[in-house]
Design a protein. Structure first.
Length: 342
């Protein structure tokens, strides 16, 4: 693969996707310290919100240590060069959240929907673009549909006003060929002015390889997390990815050693459990399950005595998607009953 001379914008997820791995309990001091370190390392974009985006604080998704507003107020003014992004899932976040984020200095809004539901993003994407924000359409669980179906959904988001479209491997299920097929088609068919991005999860250990495949297919934005802090086995580990980009001659603008230090000295010490490919995280990738279900399934294992791996396999079989967190307990409960009866 020859990527020499390509240019990519890296987007750190440790303070948003990493919130899943932390049960949304990152302190303001930790947020500011990590964001400041990433900013100094030259990471150009940093995402900050509840793991499920603006307005995610709820019984279904989990209550965070601080509100989105508090996190953004603490982080944004400290940034020297990095821009801050916020995620918003229509139905969870509202247009008021969007305005609030812009008022607090957020420059990039990423409107996320399940990969077949781009139509619910019309109002939010339209408004973000009218407000002059860098507006990204973020199609989650993109492994569940064909490249042609993904293109159809991407076209909707583009028509609503998104200037960048993401293929999001929320389950960490994709292999490099899956990424290439989807991104090649998006790059060929969307407006050349529309950027393409890729968000990977490392559940099959493919985060780096998949992100390289994405760049080869024309992606100009790639997500990753310092030390991989993110849902499931985490996101593409950003410092590892940067080292690989250096070796391959891709322009990224990040100071590799400064980023390694943020990962090692600031992010790893705050992990509640090592972000690694244990059997449950691996099952997410193998069975194509939404990465943020991991901790829910592990909690259900403790409550109902059904192994998290079995619960995750069943959730994959049932085709559950983000937003169906309440199904995890139901599934575990019915599996426990069946096992007791049988
Ligand atoms: C709300 C999800 O955590 C968004 C995301 O990062 C993904 O789908 O992956
Ligand atoms: Mn993610």
């Amino acid at each position: 693969m020859n990527l020499h001379g390509k240019r990519v914008t890296l987007h750190d997820m440790s303070l948003r996707d990493g919130m899943h791995a932390k049960g949304h309990q990152i302190s303001l001091d930790e947020m500011v310290a990590i964001a400041t370190g990433l900013d100094r390392a030259g990471v150009p974009l940093i995402e900050v919100t509840h793991g499920d985006g603006l307005g995610g604080a709820s019984l279904n998704y989990g209550f965070p240590a601080h509100s989105d507003e508090e996190y953004l107020k603490a982080v944004v003014p400290k940034m020297q060069q990095a821009r801050v992004s916020a995620l918003l899932l229509p139905g969870i976040g509202t247009v008021d959240h969007l305005r609030m984020a812009q008022d607090l200095g957020v420059s990039t809004i990423r409107i996320a929907t399940h990969c077949t539901e781009a139509d619910v993003a019309e109002q939010h994407i339209g408004m973000a673009r009218r407000l002059g924000l860098d507006t990204v359409g973020f199609l989650m669980m993109a492994h569940m549909i064909s490249p042609e179906q993904l293109l159809e959904q991407a076209r909707l988001m583009e028509a609503f006003g998104a200037n960048c479209i993401y293929c999001t491997d929320s389950a960490g299920y994709m292999l490099p060929d899956d990424v290439s097929e989807r991104l090649n088609l998006l790059r060929r068919e969307l407006d050349p002015a529309t950027e393409i991005g890729f968000h990977g999860h490392h559940n099959l250990g493919m985060g780096v390889a998949n992100s390289l495949a994405a760049i080869e297919a024309g992606a100009s934005r790639i997500d990753g997390s310092a030390a991989g802090l993110g849902a499931g086995a985490g996101n593409t580990p950003l410092e590892v990815f940067v080292a690989v980009l250096e070796r391959m001659g891709v322009t990224h603008g990040v100071d590799l050693f400064a980023l390694m230090d943020v990962a090692e000295d600031l992010v790893v010490p705050l992990m509640d459990q090592p972000i690694r490919l244990d059997r449950d995280a691996l099952t997410l990738g193998y069975a194509g399950v939404y990465s943020s279900f991991l901790l829910f399934a592990q909690r259900a294992e403790k409550k109902y005595g059904v192994p998290a791996r079995d619960i995750l396999v069943e959730l994959g079989r049932r085709g559950t998607v983000g937003g169906q967190e309440d199904m995890i307990d139901d599934t575990a409960m019915s599996m426990a009953r069946e096992r007791q009866a049988g």
